[in-house]
Design a protein around this ligand. Structure first.
Ligand code: SF4
Length: 407
């Protein structure tokens, strides 16, 4: 039985997916300011009630079709009263609106499903039905609203069955993805018969550096073929671990260098899948990227449209994902092309994007979650930059395995 660990936040998603792209959708990560508010509320609660405990871990195992899913989470707060109470703290710009959404769609909003899942796991462990409540705090004014949620066990278990079925499908896809990557790595031909002078030394140095898992700073003269010379060993190594490469540049206009290298690999039978992420302002269909369902029809019911039309499966079959494909599918199915890019990242072996998709505090790529099956370590990162050595020191410790800096 294969063990797959999934964070509870990624587990507790509507099944099937519903909702629009908007600030209160419940998909995505909370901002740093939200974490600060969390800490303040938890401190206040602990001072007022000795039976309050913050950040309580909980976990549950589910076996299905040869996989063991382990779901790990952490409750914001638990009041250990006769009837235990689990409190989930959420922040938002407009808490009234957020409260309305949560009250309307208890089984269709990720936040509600998260809280219900805490309640269900607690019930499975202690056989006591806990009280569940949200404490919603406005990040703008500090005003707050409390909202109670009822756990209906049969209703929750119907959702749970559907969600576990989905996870089995995702696990099988992840196995296939890792096997495909391993196969590419094992027979990855160098795209030229004869490497240029200096290219072999460059590739050997990179391979050595990757073995030691140490960041590398690389300088190579123009004309050496350094993009191919860097990407070839880095991709091969990442794919052999079932992983991918993220290639970042300062500007959209510099993506073409990496795209040309991938085209060469693909011409020589390496079935590498690449994704180029275009900036929101450039790919958005509207005059301004104001992402909410009232203003933008491509944001409206985005998650349901993507699921109903099987758009991610269409994208998974393509080897080169660029703005043109996303615009075409976006128009055809009335969905946001920018979000489609991020949602298709799971299958990509090489993601080409700007710095901010990796290094911004609320980096869009970090929300890409996938089942890590037959996969080791973290993605490799290549940073293509121009003589900004200070940047190196600013970003050394991050969520990727290996740093390569080229200029
Ligand atoms: S099309 Fe533009 S405004 Fe609409 S959701 Fe996408 S980025 Fe936002």
């Amino acid at each position: 039985m294969k063990l797959i660990t999934i964070p509870l936040r990624d587990f507790a998603l509507p099944s099937p997916r519903t909702g629009s792209i908007e600030a209160h959708s419940g998909y995505g990560r909370s901002a740093a300011e939200g974490q600060e508010i969390h800490r303040r509320v938890q401190k206040k609660r602990a001072k007022a009630d000795p039976r309050y405990q913050a950040e309580v871990p909980l976990s549950a195992l589910f076996d299905r079709e040869g996989y063991r899913f382990r779901i790990d989470g952490r409750m914001d707060g638990l009041f250990r009263h006769d009837t235990p109470q689990i409190e989930e703290i959420k922040t938002g710009f407009n808490v009234r609106e957020l409260a309305r959404r949560l009250a309307d769609n208890s089984m269709e909003h990720p936040y509600s499903l998260q809280l219900l899942t805490y309640g269900y796991f607690h019930w499975r462990e202690h056989w006591t039905l806990p009280a569940l409540s949200f404490h919603l705090v406005s990040s703008r004014s500090g005003e707050f609203e409390d909202l109670e949620l009822a756990l209906d066990i049969p209703l929750y278990e119907r959702w749970l069955e559907r969600r576990l079925d989905e996870l089995v499908v995702e696990a099988r896809q992840a196995e296939k993805r890792a096997a495909r990557r391993g196969k590419i790595a094992a027979g990855f031909p160098f795209p030229f018969e004869n490497p240029r002078s200096g290219q072999i030394e460059l590739m050997e140095a990179i391979e050595e550096g990757m073995k030691e898992e140490s960041p590398m700073l690389i300088q190579a003269p123009t004309g050496l073929g350094k993009t191919v010379g860097v990407l070839y060993p880095v991709l091969r190594e990442a794919l052999s671990r079932g992983q991918r490469v993220v290639y970042v540049t300062p500007k959209n206009s510099q993506h073409s260098v990496a795209e040309d290298a991938v085209a060469l690999f693909q011409e020589t039978r390496a079935r590498v899948k690449s994704l180029t992420v275009t900036a929101k302002g450039k790919i958005c269909f509207k005059h301004e990227p104001l992402c909410n369902p009232e203003y933008c029809e491509y944001a409206r019911d985005y998650y349901a449209k993507v699921e109903t039309h099987g758009i991610l499966a269409i994208l998974a079959n393509k080897r080169k994902l660029k703005a043109r494909t996303f615009r075409h599918l976006g128009e055809q199915y009335q969905v946001c092309p920018f979000e489609l890019q991020l949602d298709s990242a799971r299958e990509a072996d090489l993601i080409i994007c700007d710095y901010n998709y990796v290094f911004a505090p609320r980096s869009a790529l970090r929300r890409v979650t996938e089942i890590g099956i037959d996969q080791a370590g973290k993605p490799n990162l290549v940073i293509d930059f121009s003589r900004d050595a200070a940047f190196y020191f600013a970003i050394r410790f991050f969520w990727v395995r290996c740093f390569l800096f080229c200029y």
